[in-house]
Design a protein around this ligand. Structure first.
Ligand code: SF4
Length: 370
């Protein structure tokens, strides 16, 4: 059994902060792209635990394109557990949800980011606050089992009060999963260029930490357990697909720019759409492969696993690598435990709340090659 990620690299507008592999959908060879996806998907094992269609924006596809892709997936794969799709609120029509439902999608992940219309405009999003409520209500009315929304904090000009208001509005939707990500300025984005020219003011680090801390506390009193640095769920609604990544398990990836991890090897597909199409037509979309070394795998096991509140199991480490965790990371564990950034018990190792606040610094400690 394995997992599968499918990438739809098209969007109706390009957001100012986005560095994903995505292209404006206008004039793109979308039908040919779906032909190629179908060809690529035909080579992947059919017993699947979790499947995630992301992007880009899968809801940028028109109804016919969406149906063609989902119909193929439903015929081709036996999906045991979770079938998720990303969606933009303004593109998520009742017709699209009905198509998704018909072919087994049981979880929707909505790119909300904020309820503040001025901030949405600044982010370059195509939706407004009202679209969010309509999309969630429609998904619920049409019996989609689980609805998640993505929020962002540390946005230009954003105040703590705005973050608080976003959380109240998110909670009022009565959904079962919330992701909350800090804005990261990525090179080659509009925001990054504006920031470098001094045209963009971001909340300082102290305020960003307050926003994060408030988010954790507010969601905890509304039955949303934090289970990963940026993810919160009501019981039974964690993202099973994302847990595959954090537990460093293997998965397939299909589509332009997607990546996979199969038989100890990571692979990366060609990213530009025309090149991807040509490569699939010639029989292979993979641009690059990398055999993960034992050392790299141990590092990844630690810093991906520690992202989750439950942390990592010492037993899993021993089983995977045939050696006790102390033998490899003994000094690091002692140092981080003494700094109260991690907790070490008989069976598990996990980060403290203080550790999660500076997660990247903690993860760096596990790099064996430094
Ligand atoms: S954030 Fe999402 S919707 Fe916006 S450009 Fe990136 S992939 Fe497209």
């Amino acid at each position: 059994m394995t997992s599968l990620y499918i990438h739809i690299p098209f969007c109706n507008r390009i957001c100012t902060y986005c560095d994903f592999n995505k292209f404006l959908i206008k004039n793109q060879p979308v039908d040919t792209y779906i032909d190629c996806l179908i060809k690529e998907l035909s080579t992947i094992p059919t017993d699947i635990d979790t499947l995630f269609i992301g992007g880009g924006t899968p809801t940028a596809l028109n109804d016919q394109q969406l149906e063609r892709l989902l119909k193929f997936i439903a015929q081709q794969f036996k999906i045991q557990q979770e079938f998720s799709m990303e969606a933009n609120p303004d593109e998520l029509t009742a017709a699209k949800i009905m198509i998704m439902k018909k072919y087994g999608v049981n979880r929707l992940s909505l790119g909300v980011q904020t309820f503040d219309n001025d901030l949405l405009k600044l982010l370059g999003r195509t939706h407004e606050e009202e679209d969010i409520r309509r999309a969630v209500d429609t998904a619920k009315a049409l019996d989609i089992e689980s609805v998640s929304i993505d929020l962002m904090y540390h946005l230009p000009t954003q105040s703590l009060e705005q973050v608080k208001l976003d959380l109240e509005k998110a909670l009022a939707l009565d959904i079962d999963h919330i992701s909350s990500y800090s804005l990261i300025l990525e090179p080659k984005t509009q925001f990054y260029n504006q920031y470098r020219k001094g045209m963009l003011q971001l909340p300082d680090e102290t305020l960003a930490a307050e926003m994060y801390d408030y988010t954790i506390r507010r969601l905890a009193i509304s039955a949303f357990q934090q289970y990963e640095i940026s993810n919160f769920a009501k019981p039974g609604h964690e993202s099973e697909h994302n847990k595959v990544y954090w537990q460093n398990r293997e998965y397939y990836g299909a589509g332009a720019g997607s990546h996979g991890y199969v038989n100890g090897e990571r692979y990366y597909n060609i990213a530009p759409v025309p090149h991807y199409i040509k490569a699939v037509q010639l029989g292979n979309a993979v641009k690059e492969t990398h055999k993960v070394t034992r050392e790299e795998s141990m590092e990844e096991f630690m810093f991906l696993g520690l992202r989750m509140n439950e942390g990592i199991s010492r037993w899993d480490f021993l089983q995977r690598y045939g050696t006790r965790i102390e033998k490899i990371f003994g000094d690091v564990l002692t140092k981080l435990e003494a700094s109260e950034l991690i907790v070490v018990t008989e069976d598990r190792i996990y980060m403290t709340a203080a550790g999660r606040m500076i997660g990247n610094d903690v993860f760096e400690e596990f790099l064996l090659s430094i």
